[in-house]
Unconditional design. Structure first.
Length: 95
C-alpha cells in the first residue's frame, strides 16, 4: 500500500485494499454511527484500537466505545505529528 494522504505513513492494507481504522467515542455516539453509517466532518481515527502507537494509547483513549471501520486509504489523511488519521469531509458507508 502507498502512503496515506501522501504524508509518509505506510499503512498495512487489508486484502481488499482497504485500511482498518478505529474511532473512540461515547457508547451513544458509537451506536448512532453504526446505525447511520456516517462520520461527521473532521472526524479523527487511530490505526490502533488500544495499544500504544505514535505516543498515544490508540482509539480507546478517546472514549469508552471504539468503532472499527474499513476505508479507502484515499479518504483519510495521516498526521505525522500526532499519528492520527483524519476524515476531513467525513465518511459515509458505501461512498
Amino acid at each position: 500500500m502507498g502512503e496515506v494522504g501522501g504524508n509518509g505513513y505506510q499503512a498495512k492494507a487489508n486484502l481488499d485494499g482497504t485500511l482498518t481504522i478505529y474511532h473512540g467515542t461515547t457508547p451513544e455516539t458509537a451506536n448512532a454511527i453504526r446505525q447511520s453509517g456516517r462520520f461527521n466532518e473532521m472526524s479523527f481515527f487511530s490505526h490502533a484500537k488500544s495499544r500504544a502507537a505514535f505516543g498515544s494509547e490508540g482509539a480507546k483513549q478517546y472514549g469508552k466505545s471504539v468503532v472499527e471501520v474499513k476505508v479507502d486509504p484515499r479518504d483519510v489523511l495521516f498526521h505525522p505529528g500526532t499519528g492520527e488519521l483524519e476524515a476531513g469531509t467525513g465518511l459515509v458507508r458505501g461512498k
